[in-house]
Design a protein around this ligand. Structure first.
Ligand code: UD1
Length: 427
């Protein structure tokens, strides 16, 4: 086990290269299951979650190689080729799924291509109960038979899926993605209503379209898919990570610094940029990315998490850290996930003044946070704690670093390059 040691108090200045988006890359990798021909993905981030999904795809018979190489076993790299010529196993075992909930995204592609998928239920997780009922209802609407036995979901459609109408009662990113991927190979037309509009959905649709899928409306509330008999190989570049970019944007404002988020796309993260501006940050769109800088003050602000284009729940913990050192009070309401305030007691260990009532937190800014050992609880919460450590006096250690490694590529290296004093040490 490792931990992050942060000596707070340095203003961050310079350029942070933004990696490919984890939340897009994972779905794009699952899409490789839809075609017997290879899918090459560029700009993949080097992250633990990507490695976990490679293990799962390998288990199903997908060969993963460095793009352009003739094979081999080394599968870390920015450009990888996923060859699902033969699917040898349609089971996603508990041992892999429990490590990463997003494994449920193999369900739609597998049942669409192989006629069957047996996927372990992901179980609860640190940010609430997180059921998968919408994923299952969507596949049932496309004609899959769904059974749950001994902790596994079995979806089968031996004669193939049939297009249908799917209307989600509320927005789910993952369920939209599973439905979208499954519909590409279903017979006839599928209409997905109340679809998620996150930029990762449009990225997935662009890749599927390059593979020969017929999709209209991705990125909007209604998506229409005309099923095709087979998808073919393609090459696709993963979109930039809007959550990573937003997190470094918070770091710029919080440390009273100035950072160019290189490669970030403002249109993917407007709600985050608006919130940074409301908190007193200066946001500038440049040719190479987005610049966030401080005018010396951080103002209190109010936020409610919402599906895209609203303020992303994945940015909530980082803005909570920002609010801890703002002038005045802030109110942050978490409307997407229950139990996504686990960073609150840890932030309070650093001297934050936070009161939680139901799904809202009131944060009264303090003049200084004080370094202390803290415990990461989930991926984005960990980043909130690391950000707090960057401005706390003295030393902060963030334990359970594996959470951060799931989603932030070369975190300490990127932070050091812009002036932070941070080290990874054995815990
Ligand atoms: C994805 C992101 C995650 C982000 C979230 C919301 C990935 C790998 N993860 O997660 O980082 O925080 O979107 O932007 O891309 N729900 C149900 N039943 C379902 C599915 C979801 O009740 O079948 C609920 C969830 O518990 C949650 C809400 O719907 O309260 C939204 O979840 P969803 O959009 O599905 O999140 P994920 O796709 O799991």
């Amino acid at each position: 086990m490792e931990k992050l040691l942060i000596q707070g108090g340095k203003a961050l200045h310079g350029t942070v290269p933004i990696s490919g988006a984890k939340n897009s890359a994972l779905k794009l990798m699952c899409a490789s299951l839809l075609s017997p021909e290879p899918l090459t993905l560029n700009n993949l981030p080097r992250l633990a979650d990507i490695t976990t999904l490679i293990d799962l795809l390998n288990h199903m018979g997908v060969t993963v190689t460095i793009a352009g190489s003739k094979g081999g076993t080394k599968v870390t790299g920015r450009s990888l080729t996923f060859d699902a010529g033969t699917i040898s196993d349609t089971v996603a075992p508990y041992d892999i799924v429990r490590k990463m909930r997003a494994s449920i995204l193999v369900l739609g592609p597998l049942v669409a291509r192989a006629g069957e998928a047996i996927v372990s239920l992901p179980g609860g997780c640190a940010i609430g109960n997180r059921p998968i009922d919408l994923h299952l209802k969507a596949l049932a609407a496309l004609g899959a038979d769904i059974d749950i036995e001994q902790g596994y979901v079995r979806a089968s459609a031996p004669q193939g899926l049939t297009g249908g109408k799917i209307r989600f009662p509320f927005v789910s990113v993952g369920a939209t993605e599973n439905a979208l991927m499954a519909a590409t190979l279903a017979k006839g037309t599928t209409v997905i209503e109340n679809a998620a509009r996150e930029p990762e959905i449009a990225d997935l649709a662009a890749c599927l379209t390059a593979m020969g899928a017929k999709i209209e409306g991705a990125g909007h509330e209604t998506i229409t898919v005309e099923g095709v008999d087979q998808l073919h190989g393609a090459t696709h570049t993963v979109m930039p990570d809007r959550v990573e970019a937003g997190s470094y944007g918070v770091a710029a404002l919080m440390t009273r610094g100035n950072l160019l988020l290189e490669g970030a796309r403002a249109e993917d993260m407007q709600a985050t940029l608006d919130a940074l501006t409301e908190a007193g940050g200066i946001v500038e769109i440049e040719e190479d990315g987005v610049r966030v800088k401080s005018n010396g003050h951080i103002k209190g602000f109010n936020l409610v998490t919402q599906p895209f284009p609203g303020f992303a729940t994945d940015m909530q913990a980082q803005f909570m850290a920002l609010a801890c050192v703002a002038e005045g009070a802030s109110v942050i309401t978490e409307a997407i996930f229950e139990n996504r305030f686990m960073h609150v007691p840890e932030l309070c260990r650093l001297g934050a003044d936070i009161t939680v009532t139901g799904s809202s937190a009131t944060i009264r800014g303090v003049s200084a946070l004080k370094g202390a050992p803290v415990m990461a609880t989930d991926l984005r919460a960990s980043m909130g704690l690391a950000l707090a450590g960057l401005v706390a006096t003295g030393e902060t250690s963030v334990n359970r670093l594996y959470h951060l490694d799931r989603g932030y590529e070369r975190l300490e290296e990127k932070l050091r390059q812009v002036g932070a004093v941070v080290d990874r040490v054995p815990a």
